[in-house]
Ligand binder design. Structure first.
Ligand code: SDX
Length: 393
């Protein structure tokens, strides 16, 4: 293992933590969850199995999987009082705004009974968050479109339950297409964890002070919302729709290369990947599959995305700067085809990433040597100077 895990001194000196959960090789475009390549997990596994793997470190036995799934299922409802919490928001609030507020408010319902120094309490909180985030995301969506909240159904699997809570109405049950549920589940799994990205580092930093896990996850949601991070999936689809047709792609490629133009190709580039994001490859295959199922494989936005990717990957600027499509490039096309508005893309990223966030939080809290985070700075301000009374300025 040494040759794979030997860090260069420079890296270890800047690393924010040691973690055994996710490994990324940015140059090779590799992503492993607890040592398992994402490609194999996406092909053979499912999101809740991945959640178990990330949280406990190994793939579950059938009995372990059954117990875990039952525990998650039994916590998918939220306290009835939380329904009133939504009413304080304007109907047109972005679902990420309501999610930040409502998830943080879970602290008011479950935190008092929690001792985060107790591993069992940490596990209960983790299960509650994994279980409740899809329900809260679906409630945020329903609230934004003026429809009544839909309760979870215990007989449905995790992804099907989310689709049901988003698209069923009291007058008509949404018929979950198993192929679409599988695609939704794959999107959740591909977003489950990603090493020390900005939002995960936010959760770890908040958790290092001893803040309760509900407040820490709310902090992670707030950070994920940014368009440079989890908000990129919404920004990417809006960009593809703005481009509209393949003949307009060169204009946007030109803008992306113009240093004086703040425009960036959304869904392209990555702080770590200097090769294809392995998740983007799987997502691209999933986009073809989903749009084929829905009979809209000639969807103009997908055609623009594919042509934009082809042109960019042959363009010297993108090749030289090692810019490739990332996880956000195709996800929006799939979610839009399923019927989600762009405002729901990042909430879906957030509910999926909750698994990684809470696994990283659990790993950190379980380390007896863990201390409060305290990033340092390079001071570039004024040298020491004396106060000048206002009359003398
Ligand atoms: C996610 O960290 C994670 O793991 C995040 C994530 C996760 O799972 O948690 O993977 C999820 O956030 C994916 C990234 C989603 N964001 C976007 O798609 C937004 C568009 N991409 C970027 O804004 C950008 O690529 C970043 C923010 C992702 C990375 O920005 P950096 O750190 O500046 O990228 P870089 O250092 O690799 O850039 C190298 C050069 C720079 O130019 P120079 O300063 O060298 O002249 O490439 C340029 C950048 O300006 N560049 C782009 C570009 N991305 C980088 N130019 C045009 N279009 C782009 N998309």
């Amino acid at each position: 293992q040494a040759d794979v895990f030997t860090f260069d001194p420079g890296f270890t000196s800047t690393a924010s933590c040691a973690s055994a959960i996710t490994y990324i090789d940015g140059d090779k475009g590799e992503l492993w969850y607890r040592g398992y390549p994402i490609e194999q997990l996406a092909l053979h596994g499912h999101h809740l199995e991945t959640a178990y793997l990330l949280l406990y470190g190994d793939l579950p036995t059938p009995k372990q999987m059954e117990d875990f799934e039952n525990r998650v299922t039994r916590h998918t409802m939220v306290h009835e009082q939380m329904h009133y919490f939504f009413r304080g928001f304007r109907r047109d609030s972005h679902p990420m705004a309501t999610m930040v507020g409502v998830v943080g408010a879970l602290s008011a319902f479950y935190h008092d009974s929690l001792d985060i120094n107790d591993p069992w309490h940490r596990e209960v909180a983790s299960i509650r968050l994994i279980a409740k985030l899809p329900t809260i995301a679906a409630m945020a969506y329903k609230y934004s479109i003026g429809q009544p909240f839909v309760y979870p159904r215990n007989e449905l699997d995790y992804a099907s339950n989310f689709l049901h809570m988003c698209f069923s109405v009291p007058a008509e049950e949404y018929k979950v297409d198993p192929a679409l549920a599988r695609a939704m589940d794959r999107i959740m799994m591909l977003h489950a964890d990603h090493e020390q990205n900005a939002s995960t580092s936010t959760v770890r930093l908040a958790g290092s002070s001893g803040a309760n896990p509900f407040a820490c996850i709310a902090a992670g949601i707030a950070c994920l919302w940014g368009p440079a991070h989890g908000g990129a999936n919404q920004a990417c689809l809006e960009m593809l729709q703005e481009i509209g047709t393949v003949d307009r792609i060169p204009e946007y490629i030109k803008r992306a290369k113009d240093k004086d133009d703040p425009f960036r190709l959304m869904g392209f580039g990555h702080r770590v990947y200097k090769n294809f994001d392995p998740r983007a490859k799987i997502m691209k295959e999933s986009a073809d599959e989903v749009l084929g199922i829905l009979g809209i494989e000639d969807n103009p936005t997908l055609q623009v995305a594919k042509e934009l990717e082809r042109i960019a990957l042959e363009d010297e600027y993108f090749v030289q700067k090692k810019l490739y499509p990332n996880v956000d490039f195709y996800s929006g096309i799939i979610l839009s085809a399923m019927g989600f508005p762009t405002a729901m893309f990042t909430p879906i990223f957030a509910l999926s990433r909750t698994v990684g966030w809470i696994s990283q939080w659990t790993e950190m809290l379980g380390d007896p040597d863990s201390k409060i985070g305290r990033p340092r700075q390079l001071y570039v301000g004024q040298d020491r100077r004396d106060y000048v009374p206002v009359a003398d300025r």
